[in-house]
Write a new protein. Structure first.
Ligand code: C2E
Ligand code: MG
Ligand code: MG
Length: 404
């Protein structure tokens, strides 16, 4: 029962489709809307309610003296109902719907950040599943089909410091000579209960819940340390390719990008680093991103566009953003055969990239036939199981020393 429970609840609210609302009513009216919502939140409970705007259209409310999850849900439903009432914005009648994520807890057993974080996760889950309100309990979380995803989200924070993550390195071959020119650092996570979780499964979650920042910084540091080591011990030209999430780009401050500071601090020349970005960074359409990329490039870092051909980026855009390397997605490479459509596509990408001064890496090269076709097309680099699977640091170093 809920008797004797004397805790708090933190509720996070997010307005459905706020971007689209602003597009339709205009940014100024959108601001007015946010002010109205904030005022309503403040007035829902006349006393003992604390409210803050924590994102563009994202509010956090603390409900003290909560008697338990059911009571918290009732109070949040009341707020949702009130915020959903028709409102007048500059003569237009607007009805909002919102999502809520609520963490019930006790400030004596859990840190404020912990509770806030659970509210954040619950809100993310509500938005993802389309549920109006999701309640997160401190110890037991109701089993749902999305339980694993939820657990992943909870466990991602601190995974690097708990020593659960490690990097593996996959060789990138200079096709003309067959030598290993670079390696791509790829992240692996082994959790005591969740088992081994692949990056395809957890990177997206880490981006959603914000854990990507600590994880991405850790990756940059560890990959840079390994590059420093290899360059010092017999491979002075070795370069390291590091994946960087668009979410991290967005968070970079306007002065020096954090990863650049990391490389400098570790004594790794920026010229020996390739950052792999996805086209999300380019298509974000923000001038800030272009400037950030330009700053990284000015410092000597090379930029590679990952998974090219899977989305909407065109080579013309790559040129505008001064990308150095295009990585042809392995879907195209997989289908390569003499005289077929994939060969024509690869030929087109390679020749256009070259005419714009970019290099090309083919991903997912699994057969000698694919390699020979790529060499014939003048592709610069190859990566894939034919040349080597991703392996841990020691095995990769042994491979490099063995002549690769
Ligand atoms: P990606 O950057 O495109 O990495 C290449 C993926 O292709 C890797 O999968 C690699 O193991 C796989 N691969 C390489 N050669 C072959 C091949 O010949 N055949 C096949 N079938 N697959 C091949 P992985 O390691 O599972 O990583 C998946 C994705 O997760 C990566 O795709 C990247 O987008 C992301 N990722 C991995 N590590 C990091 C990281 O440290 N930070 C960020 N932000 N993303 C990462
Ligand atoms: Mg990559
Ligand atoms: Mg890729």
């Amino acid at each position: 029962g809920e008797d004797g429970f004397s805790g708090i609840a933190v509720a996070r609210f997010d307005i459905d489709g706020f971007g689209a609302i602003c597009d339709s009513i205009g940014a100024a009216a959108g601001d007015e809307l946010l002010i109205q919502v904030a005022q309503q939140l403040r007035s829902v409970f006349s006393t003992s309610l604390r409210c803050a705007r924590v994102g563009a259209d994202d509010f956090a409310v603390i409900l003290p003296a909560t008697k338990g999850p059911q009571e918290a849900e009732l109070r949040v439903e009341e707020i949702l109902r009130k915020l959903g009432e028709p409102r007048d914005i500059r003569g237009q009648i607007i009805r909002l719907t919102l999502k809520a994520g609520v963490a019930v807890g006790s400030s004596s057993t859990e840190s404020a950040e912990g509770i806030l974080h659970r509210a954040d996760l619950a809100l993310t889950e509500a938005k993802r599943t389309g549920q109006r309100c999701i309640i997160s309990l401190p110890t037991t979380i109701a089993a749902t089909p999305s339980r694993r995803r939820f657990d992943i989200a909870q466990q991602l924070f601190g995974a690097t410091t708990r020593g659960e993550m490690h990097l593996v390195f996959q060789p990138i071959i200079e096709l003309a000579t067959g030598r290993i020119a670079k390696a791509e650092a790829l992240l692996r996570w082994d959790h005591p209960e969740l088992g081994s979780v692949g990056p395809g499964e957890f990177i997206g979650v880490a981006e959603e819940v914000g854990a990507i920042h600590e994880i991405g910084d850790w990756v940059a540091t560890e990959a840079a340390k390994q590059a420093v080591h290899l360059r010092a011990f017999g491979h002075p030209d070795f370069r390291m390719s590091i994946n960087r999430s668009p979410v991290q780009f967005r968070a970079d401050s306007d002065d020096e990008p954090a990863c650049l500071r990391t490389f400098r601090a570790l004594g790794l020349p920026p010229g020996s680093v390739v950052l792999e970005i996805t086209e999300g960074v380019l298509l974000d359409g923000r001038e800030a991103n272009r400037e950030r990329l330009a700053r990284l490039r000015a410092a000597g870092i090379s930029l590679a566009l990952d998974d090219f051909g899977t989305g909407y980026a065109s080579l013309a855009q790559l040129h505008a953003f001064e990308i150095d390397i295009v990585k042809i997605d392995r879907r195209f490479v997989a289908g390569l055969a003499e005289g077929n459509r994939e060969q024509a596509l690869c030929a087109g990408i390679i020749s256009l990239a070259h005419s714009l001064g970019m290099k090309v890496t083919a991903e997912g090269v699994e057969t000698a036939e694919q390699r020979d076709l790529l060499v014939g097309l003048g592709c610069d680099y190859g990566q894939g199981w034919l040349f080597g699977r991703p392996v841990d640091a020691a095995a990769f170093e042994a491979r490099l020393n063995g002549g690769g």
